[in-house]
Design a protein around this ligand. Structure first.
Ligand code: HEM
Length: 355
């Protein structure tokens, strides 16, 4: 951005002309896509690895899938309430392990714990009952993820497909086999609900996305940032008379999400010529929104580089809409309420016992 002297600029990326957006208002304009000028841009690279889940669909198909999944992810849904017990147990185990060791690789530790949490939440796997299956799934999801980051840049040259990529496709098939088996036998919890909400193939493909390494990686990134920046907020009385100050915790988390969002942003492709933030975007151009840059836009956040949880005190919903940690607009993250539940339920234990 410094080189281009603009928060919106064009460059070649992954062999395609791409417009990068780091202006907070322009990112909102892109994500709300008032005139339906864009499609999601992930299918071009990751479709083979992930299949037909919501993140890779567009138009009416995406609207219908979102509608069907909507209730499963609402804060008041039984399916989320049932999660409380699992989240509490995983939080306790996370703290116990951390306290029992002399030193710990924080991110790696959280990734292991959150992977197990996702397998428990979305596949109903209790890791104390199925240690071997849990281990196999964790290994497969890692191999699957490595395929995502080894995806060849030019998919039009299939003979360039790397061995990491083909191993990932094999891991995907194995994961799908296990998912199918779980769906066949599921009588309660999330697997049973998703089975009722979606056609069987859609349920399988979306579960593959939910248990993939993406979600645990993002969750552990947030947890790690929260713990590693504790010197910036530990002077605040987060626990008063043994009780956690929930609104202060929320302000700290919003500020953590602003300064260290787990994903760089997201990708779209223009299906028609259009303008975003005054910048002309020709048809078929890719657009990448940079959440981190938009969060540091001084027009949106005064003193953007400073860690100031107090900026979120008494904030309105429109202030929160300037955060793109979970995307925004009609294609925002359907898992964000669940993420907030996980953070709010697991962090009090971590804060009380560790800091
Ligand atoms: C800390 C954890 C998470 C972060 C930071 C995160 C972030 C995001 C972001 C930035 C997007 C928008 C992508 C875009 O604009 O192109 C997104 C979409 C999505 N997220 Fe999450 N997410 C998280 C957890 C979850 C969880 C727990 C689930 C569900 C199990 C989930 C499911 C999805 C789905 C299905 C979409 C696509 C929605 C659509 O295309 O309509 N995410 N997420």
């Amino acid at each position: 951005m410094n080189n281009h002297r603009s928060r919106i600029f064009q460059a070649r990326f992954l062999n395609q002309p791409t417009v990068f957006i780091g202006s907070n208002t322009a990112v909102r304009e892109l994500l709300h896509d008032k005139y339906n000028c864009f499609r999601m841009g992930y299918k071009d690279f990751f479709h083979q690895i992930y299949g037909n889940s919501l993140l890779f669909s567009d138009g009416l198909e995406a609207e219908e899938l979102r509608q069907s999944l909507h209730d499963l992810f609402q804060p008041a849904s039984t399916s989320l309430n049932e999660h409380s017990v699992q989240i509490d147990r995983f939080a306790e185990e996370a703290v116990e392990t951390m306290l029992s060791k002399d030193y710990i690789l924080v991110y790696e530790h959280f990734k292991q714990v959150t992977t197990q949490l996702c397998l428990s939440l979305f596949l109903g796997l209790d890791h104390s009952l199925s240690v071997d299956l849990m281990k196999e799934l964790c290994e497969l999801s890692t191999v699957h993820w490595h395929g995502m980051i080894s995806v060849p840049l030019s998919l039009s040259l299939p003979w360039l497909v790397s061995s990491g990529f083909s191993k990932a496709l094999h891991a995907k098939e194995q994961l799908l086999k296990i998912i199918k088996k779980r769906l066949q036998t599921a009588e309660d919890g999330f697997p049973a609900r998703i089975k009722t909400a979606l056609q069987s193939e859609d349920a399988e493909q979306n579960l593959l996305l939910f248990i993939s390494a993406l979600v645990p990686k993002a969750l552990s990134s947030l947890l790690t940032s929260f713990i590693c920046c504790s010197h910036l907020w530990c002077h605040e009385p987060l626990i008063k008379n043994g009780e956690l100050d929930v609104s202060l915790l929320e302000c700290i988390l919003l500020e953590v999400m602003r300064i260290w969002p787990p994903f760089i942003g997201g990708r779209r492709v223009a299906i028609m010529e259009c303008t975003i933030g005054g910048f002309h975007i020709p048809k078929n151009y890719a657009v990448i929104y940079l959440a981190h840059a938009a969060h540091l836009d001084p027009e949106a956040f005064p003193q953007p580089e400073s860690f100031l949880p107090a900026r979120w005190k008494d904030c309105s919903d429109s202030d929160k809409e300037k955060l793109y940690c979970f995307g925004g607009g009609p294609r925002n993250c359907i898992g964000q309420h669940l993420v907030w539940t996980i953070l709010k339920e697991s962090l009090p234990g971590l804060v009380k016992d560790l800091l």
